[in-house]
Design a protein around this ligand. Structure first.
Ligand SMILES: Cc1cc2nc3c(=O)[nH]c(=O)nc-3n(C[C@H](O)[C@H](O)[C@H](O)COP(=O)(O)OP(=O)(O)OC[C@H]3O[C@@H](n4cnc5c(N)ncnc54)[C@H](O)[C@@H]3O)c2cc1C
Length: 428
């Protein structure tokens, strides 16, 4: 297995944009920190509307989670529509579930409009149901979305086994609004589209400090260069740092890891997610998998709280593949990689406006392909029309209590969640 090789970097046909690090002083309407889905979607939508935008990133485009994820385009949020209406009230709750329900479509439409060659396919998200309790919840989820006209269904164990090629699930929630893409192709495609629309982009230009000067913002980078802007969009998600000290303390930046096999044989490809579906399950310690365009099986799941390093950090994913699909025992694993996901304790993405002109959308909850792309357009509108009522309420940044103990807390929580998964799975 190659050392930490990200499959998506190797297989993307899309050339990187190759921009120069920022040099000297620059003036723009909007500075965007972070060249992932959110930052680039915001830049694209701003540029299309005639607003000047500059994007800076510490590394290359897609160096954050956007170039490393599972490529599963999943609409919705962790909370189901009835829950959202209970949490936010009927009117805002409805606005949120409508927005969330349309995020996959938003990606399909955007990719089509800009002819992004990102391996985008509209198929389905299959949520494998691991316990009878989770089945009750998934039935309710299906019923709530169906009532609202969405193309979703709850299927029983036999149909779940037929789709997934494994009989471990008691049923499945099937969401036909969903799909798949090649994450690195998509993020590079967004960068090219934003540049074509007139946005400016500088990679390898980490923003080290942000300072409010009168009614303007000044950002300084490692090379002593500066950008002055009317507004700043902080699009750093799970890679947020001390630039805004409270921000990294308001999320859990969890490591999620993936491994890929060599391309499967034709019979194995016909047995596993042969309709191009993507899958994640209801276990507390989630597993997710799919095939890529060349028929490799990509298995993803939790990682250690520290930065992953030794090959054994991926060992559990290899074991999952062999447990789920005994026919694949002995298959060669060719790639392993990982990245960080921003999670809030209440599983809701957030929109902060800590100071005038500083806009901070954060917390993809693992569904950032759709959500962060759509939020990019939403925050672009908010910058242009400050009185615009965005889909999320603007909330203060709340530190997670005992943040310094997060590392111990997260490891202990994962151990407890793994035990809970084992106890709730039907015996076999
Ligand atoms: C392994 C893994 C699997 C996942 N699977 C899926 C999936 O299947 N489906 C799905 O929808 N979501 C998935 N996600 C989540 C998804 O990848 C993220 O939600 C999404 O990439 C977030 O996009 P973003 O633009 O907000 O942030 P990112 O793509 O993380 O971009 C943030 C950028 O900010 C930059 N940055 C940070 N600090 C600075 C600074 N000071 N100066 C300049 N730049 C800075 C970083 O370098 C980075 O490029 C997965 C994530 C991981 C890690």
């Amino acid at each position: 297995m190659s050392q930490l090789a990200n499959l998506w970097v190797e297989t993307t046909p899309i050339a990187p944009p190759r921009t120069d690090p920022l040099a000297g002083a620059m003036r723009t309407d909007v500075l965007i920190v972070g060249a992932g889905y959110l930052g680039l979607s915001a830049a694209l939508h701003l540029a299309e509307a005639g607003t000047d935008a500059v994007v800076l990133d510490t590394g290359p485009v897609g160096g954050g989670a956007a170039g490393r994820n599972g490529g599963q385009i999943i609409p919705g949020l962790k909370h189901d529509p009835d829950e959202l209406e209970a949490l936010f009230g009927k009117s805002l709750g409805e606005r949120i579930w409508r927005f969330a329900g349309d995020t996959a479509k938003f990606v399909f439409d955007l990719a089509k409009r800009h002819a992004l060659e990102a391996g985008v396919r509209h198929s389905a998200w299959v949520q494998g149901i691991h316990s009878t309790k989770a089945a009750e919840r998934a039935r309710r989820r299906a019923e709530q979305w169906q009532r609202r006209g969405a193309d979703v269904a709850y299927v029983g164990a036999d149909e779940a086994a037929r789709i997934t090629g494994t009989d471990i699930y008691v049923g499945a929630f099937v969401d036909r609004r969903a799909g798949a893409l090649q994450p690195m192709s998509y993020v590079r495609g967004l960068a090219h589209a934003a540049l074509r629309a007139g946005a400016r982009l500088h990679e390898h230009s980490p923003v080290l400090a942000l300072e409010r000067k009168g009614h303007l913002w000044e950002a300084s980078t490692a090379h002593g260069a500066r950008v002055t802007s009317d507004a700043v969009i902080l699009a750093t998600n799970a890679y947020s740092s001390a630039l805004l000290p409270a921000l990294p303390r308001s999320i859990v930046a969890a490591n999620s890891l993936q491994i890929a096999t060599e391309p499967l044989s034709a019979p194995d490809r016909r047995a596993i997610l042969s309709g191009g579906e993507v899958l994640s399950d209801t276990r507390k310690v989630i597993r997710y998998w799919r095939l890529d365009d060349s028929g490799r099986l990509l298995m993803g799941g939790r990682g250690p709280y520290r930065e992953p390093g030794p090959e054994k950090d991926w060992g559990h994913l290899r074991r999952e593949v062999e447990k789920l699909y005994p026919a694949l025992r002995g298959i060669r694993f060719t790639h392993r990689w990982g990245g960080r996901v921003a999670i809030h304790p209440d599983s809701m993405p957030k929109l902060h406006l800590p100071e005038p002109g500083l806009i901070v959308p954060i917390g993809c909850q693992g569904r950032g392909i759709g959500w962060q792309t759509a939020m990019g357009s939403e925050v672009a509108r908010l910058v242009r029309e400050p009185s615009y009522d965005a889909v999320l309420p603007i909330t203060p940044i709340r530190k997670i209590p005992f943040a310094p103990l997060k590392r111990i807390g997260v490891s202990a929580t994962i151990a407890m969640m793994r035990l809970a998964d084992r106890l709730t799975e039907p015996a076999r």
